[in-house]
Design a binder for this molecule. Sequence first.
Ligand SMILES: [Zn+2]
Length: 861
Amino acid sequence: MPKTERPSRFRLPTDVRPREYEIRLEPDLEAGRFRGEVDIAVGVERKRQEVVLHAAELKVERATAHADGVETTARVRADADAQTVTLRFPRPLPAGDARLRLRFSGRLNQHLRGLYAASADGRRYAFSQCEAADARRIFPCFDEPAFKARFRLAVTVPDGLRAVSNSPIEAEHDGPDGHVIRFAPTPLLSTYLFALAVGPLEASAERRLGDVPIRVWHAPGKGHLTELGLEAAAEALRRLEEYFDIPYPYGKLDLVAVPDFEAGAMENAGAVFFRETLLLLDPATVSLNEHKRAGEVIAHELAHMWYGDLVTMAWWDDLWLNEAFATWMAYRVVDDWRPEWRLWQGFEHDRAGALALDALANTHPIYGEVRSVAEATQNFDAITYEKGAAVVRMLEHFLGAEKFRDGVRLYMRRHREGNAVAADLWHALEAASGREVARVAQAWIEKAGFPLVAFGRAKGAADRVLRVRQERFFADPKVAAARRRDRWPVPLVVRWRTTDGSSGVDRVLVDRAATDVTLGADTRLRWYFGNAEAGGFYRVLHDAADRTALLEDLAALTPVERLALANDQWALVRAAKGPIEGFLDVADALGDETDYDVVEGLGGPLAVVDEQIVAPESVEQAHFRGWIARRFGPAFARLGWVPAAGEDDPTRLRRAALLRLLGGIAEAPAVLAEARARLDAYLEDRGTLDPNLADPVVGLAARVGDEALYDRYRALVAEARTPQERRRFLLGLAAFRAPATIRRTLDSTLSPDIPTQDVAFLLMRLLGNPAGRAEAWKFLTRRWAALRRRIPPLMISRLVEALPSLREPRAASEVRAFFAAHPVPEAARTLKQSLEVFRLNAELRRRTAPELARWLADRAG
Ligand SMILES: [Zn+2]
């Protein structure tokens, strides 16, 4: 974010409301400028001498108003801080209809927002990115979501360039200044959904769903990568139309692959923009995770066409609902399309991330008052998306899938093309289900944090009455008891098994701090698990005997439950609610685990043990890595590096997950050497490696690679055959350990060769590289001013979040001091969270290192 911008707390008056924008834009890609005119039909509620609109970094050259057949010219006063222009008329505008006409010009910026310049392969483009409040950088407008209006856009481009916007092209002709493309009027839209892409873009063939043509737009030469994206879009759109019971509202659907883009994707109505990695896929080399992720993001954006675009939040304080709903909906849609991908099982990784963030004292409630756009921007985090989605999912389970869907349909019908607040959704869900929704939902969204639900037997080991207690869970063991005294309406789902082998699931809403729950078992219980299918947003503490009983019958749990059990045990260790053995015993019991998501999920906590608890290059580290190699090595050896003929996807993914443990964490020398050798074969012939191994092999080979290999990666970034391959080699640059390569990667972050979208990712990877982190931090502090210009606001938070990898307590004070001297308002909360994590890691190390050493020594002998 450029330094001049202090996002304003200013809200526009509501007595002048736009109805329709007629916009003419003329971007000049060579000169990096644009000019335009906007003609806004407004309704004026009572006579006004002044009208205020949003505008930022625009030069307004002339402004007039037409009302009652009279044209008047306004004096224009710009306020850069408030991001507004005020039009002052010689005589008041009368109440009634009027037209405001403004002529303006601006620059195509380099910050991936408003209308910005992008280049790829020597070709120039301009793309828009308006959410949250950057439409005002393209044309003067009423830039708040509740001011919905129609848009009629005409764009003049040089011959040979194409333009894509929200609606279909109505007409085009050659004019004196270039080729004029006129788009059909849109339905009512908020300004943040306005879209424009200009450049030498090419389109795929159309795929039709009913009357809706779907196309993928891309930079030249990438047409062969559009098929999987089109398929995912068509499959999602069909399911969404059915779910909402409203046909797709925007006539046509364009999906645009943008070569330089900050977010993953943006749900502009009718013209959705994506990072190339999430839309352009090669069926021959794409990995399953890349394919899944693209399918999920495409479904997420298309869910917004209804939820967000057709019915829009009245203000940014309900942004969470937009995002939580779209996140949940995408999992639902893709799970229906490709059940074999087991999306909800993969959601456990996201739930774990949201729980970890929400366990910090510096977390925030899902819902919070938003006074400025900067405050809204801070909220694009795991709490808004993943915790929000988990809460939506809990509500769906609580009400039943059909009742929930009926409520959503009612909400869409009531507010179509309008604005709504969260309470409108609760009311619709209550009307459809006859159940109490608002109270349960509000508790989860208005309170920060989540409960730890502790289970024990009420009367004795075999009893089927469980004593259930809840308190707020904190990762910090030092948080006082008084702050933990909090409770939620928890929709508990408990799975159990009896000693004679019968099993069942019980559902009960627990409101109180302590309560007894009687399970439906009719004989003695063998075990129970307190969060069936990991559907609830809470942590579970089983008493010790019950946990042991579970470990003896782990295979009876579903994979997502085993993973949740391991994650809960790890969270309990962090919070000093249990010894580190409690987690290690579970991890050890999972050594022969056959499900890839479980193996993958263990990687998170095991990496923390390796990075934060054991000292680098110590005996403990050797013991720890040796234990991983002994425990998970045999499974990897059985699978080998090359898939058997006809091998299924879950097995391929398990091999990749095991490789990450053995190569990525344990750094087993034989595995690293083999990865290096297989890389050479892979570079010769991409067919020699299972696509799911490409990411780990490129990363592991870099760790042991020399400068010559580094040069090859640099060349491969430029010549990559797919966006995923480009990303792979680019991020691979940050995995090299030779000092010269680390310096070169750092320098590259300031060079225009690296697009703005990738700068923060490279730095984050370097912070994760033990040989690079100290250098990366030094570089960051020395070149901050230049880096800041290259890192957009959402990315700054991600970077600050990665800083606790620096580990040393000294680093924590350096980080604190540096950001005190160089404040970053859009990452203020993330900074507090990072400093908290530094502190928690140090405490974890002090407390658990001796226990860990004992546990490892027992196993090393
Ligand atoms: Zn979204």
